[in-house]
Design a protein around this ligand. Sequence first.
Ligand code: NAP
Length: 303
Amino acid sequence: MSWHILGAGSLGSLWAARLARCGEDVTLILRNAARLQAYQQAGGLTLVEQGQAQLHALPAQLPDDEQPIQRLLLACKAYDAAPAVASLAPRLASGAELILLQNGLGSQDEVARLVPQARCIFASSTEGAFRQADFQVVFAGHGHTWLGDPLRPQPPAWLDALHTAGIAHDWSLDIHSRLWRKLALNCAINPLTVLHDCRNGELREHPAEVANLCAELTELLQRCGQSSAAENLHGEVQRVIQATAANYSSMHQDVQHRRRSEIAYLLGYACQAAKRHDLALPHLQALHQRLQGHLQARGLPSH
Ligand code: NAP
């Protein structure tokens, strides 16, 4: 069975190259004719790993191609996920499976609502990759990917292919808990790095701000029925700040490069969830407003 991968960006290319080189049948789906032409001119995807570049001339097609899709890895940003799936929904074969790589929460439900006939598998990944040029991706940090289906506990048979491809992963019986935990870590760290324009490690100079956010995020997780995701959140946030002290957060990088951020699926989602539960979280809400103001002042989308 073949893989369709939508989005030849950082994570999409990282998955595509590793699956293809162990013999899996991989086809890329690119945004439009101009992107397809640029891809063909580049001669394929290049993955740079430990300084070694390897070109993979994978087949690529447009969303409106007629080939049916059995298994789709959705590797775009959270705000592009639902429109991208809508554009190829008629191609989904019966029993199709979608693997949703988006960070944060909210996009998974938007997609699942669009394609109730398909199985949606949610993923949460700590792997790191970035685009050094068009269709050239650097594998920057080894990590782990958790996959799970909130509706069906049985793992899919193709997990073996991920194993063969060297994609470190586990099947999670509580993928929501993983996604919530990562969302909370992101909300406690990333917006502050943007507002203070600093690396993660410099947040050690703002311990009260971090502690207040962690306390409110813990309350939110508990109220949302995510008590295991809430456990020792502050301790883990401090550990991550320490372990990634020299890094710029993904949101900081997005703002620095004037790219749209995933704010709506991180802090925006958290504030909406608080509102639904009638929970007043003044630090989190003030942080959201400050971040939106910061983005608007720079002409960047604030949602
Ligand atoms: P990225 O490098 O920006 O790649 C996204 C790709 O999706 C782009 O190539 C974009 O095309 C493509 N795309 C968007 N809409 C499309 C459409 N309708 N049809 C076809 N292609 C479309 O993003 P990323 O860094 O891989 O991130 C993907 C998700 O993974 C995000 O939610 C991110 O937070 C999460 N994540 C990323 C990392 C990482 O290290 N990068 C780690 C963990 C989680 P264009 O090239 O034409 O713009």
